[in-house]
Design a protein around this ligand. Sequence first.
Ligand code: PLP
Length: 441
Amino acid sequence: MSENEKSHEIWERSKKVFPGGVNSPVRAYQSVGREPIAIRSGKGAYITDEDGNNYLDFVNSWGPLILGHSDPDVVVSITKQAALGTSFGAVTKYECDLGELIINNIPHVESVRFVNSGTEAVMSALRLARGYTERDKIIKFEGCYHGHHDSMLVKAGSGLLTFSDDISESSSPGIPQSFSDNTIVLPLDDNDALTKAFATLGNEIAAVIIEPLPANSGLLIQRKEFLQKIQELTAKHGSLFIMDEVINGFRLGFSGFAGKYGFIPDLVTYGKIIGGGLPVGAFGGKKEIMKHLSPEGKVYQAGTLSGNPLAMAAGTTVLKKLLNEDIYTKLNRLSNELGEKFDSRVKPALVGKSFSIDLVREESIFWLNIHANGNENEIRQVTQIWDKAPEIYAQIFRYMLQEGVHIAPSAYEVGFLSYAMESKDILTYIETLIEVIGTID
Ligand code: PLP
């Protein structure tokens, strides 16, 4: 690969302007021990940095780009909309277009409201849950990340986990104790802890929120019985069941995790894919609950740029393609190819090493679970992640980047396949991974 001279110059500028050089922490590459590359453009399955190096991209902007970079239809829709106006702060047809696509195709979303990020979606859904139930406490699970607003930054995944020294203590300073007092954090996959929490505090719990496929502390696939237990206990105690589908929504099929496995959450939160690469979030669910939002109800929630026409246009184009074209079939085929090649080619390359790797995947989301050799257990809790995994992952990351394969700059972050990828791209990933495994003992 060629040099990263221009990326270096931009990084030097960035460090003078932004705290830690970035506008979102994991971008700083701190946990993988090298300087970030500065991205100039993206097309299909590839991104290009400022020095002109191309990389096969498995980050896809952390999930939104299910069609790959600069999908031609998305580009046309944004361009057309820009000529008509970029923001009105008023009722538009464009927000109806996207809203109707959602409520007409996702049975558990009877009413929806658009916001500008996944963080905002969760923050607003929790406020609505509290306003609706007239209760304060929220149950969340260790390792699940629900955005960066105050009450959810307790034992959270994503960047908090990436930068924490102790895996069980990934919380942020700056959160008043009185906020976190109302956040009850339970381990994932623990029916007893959940049952106990409801037995002691049942009538104070406004909602239980979970990433049904936790994807911010690796990919911790949960037993469906555990999620059913949440559904059962919330219904019994008059609490709301909130599924955070910011990652899963429109990725595990159009109706996300809930649709795929037949759950009926009271509220659901979306982000990432729903905006087609522009900043959008949404929350929705039962009409009976949603009608408590202002101006119909008393729970206040608002946004100058909410339902922004450009973002609505991009989101509508992507969601229409997901509904009308065979996107998921191809993504699943690629995912299966990745799984098959991992088993037949990567696994043998790991024999005799001090570590091993399992490929954990569901549909087009995947994660490398690096663990001690001989410890092949499926893991469902964040504390089961091997403490040496980040060190080995950092070596994998640096090698792959140098060879033109861009994976997430953190051992705890997942990878995303895109519709723009082909079988040859899966092969490139596998072959580069085998090469780097050969360099690590
Ligand atoms: N919820 C989940 C499950 C997420 O993965 C994220 C972000 O990664 C968020 C909420 C927050 O979304 P945003 O980064 O758009 O604020």
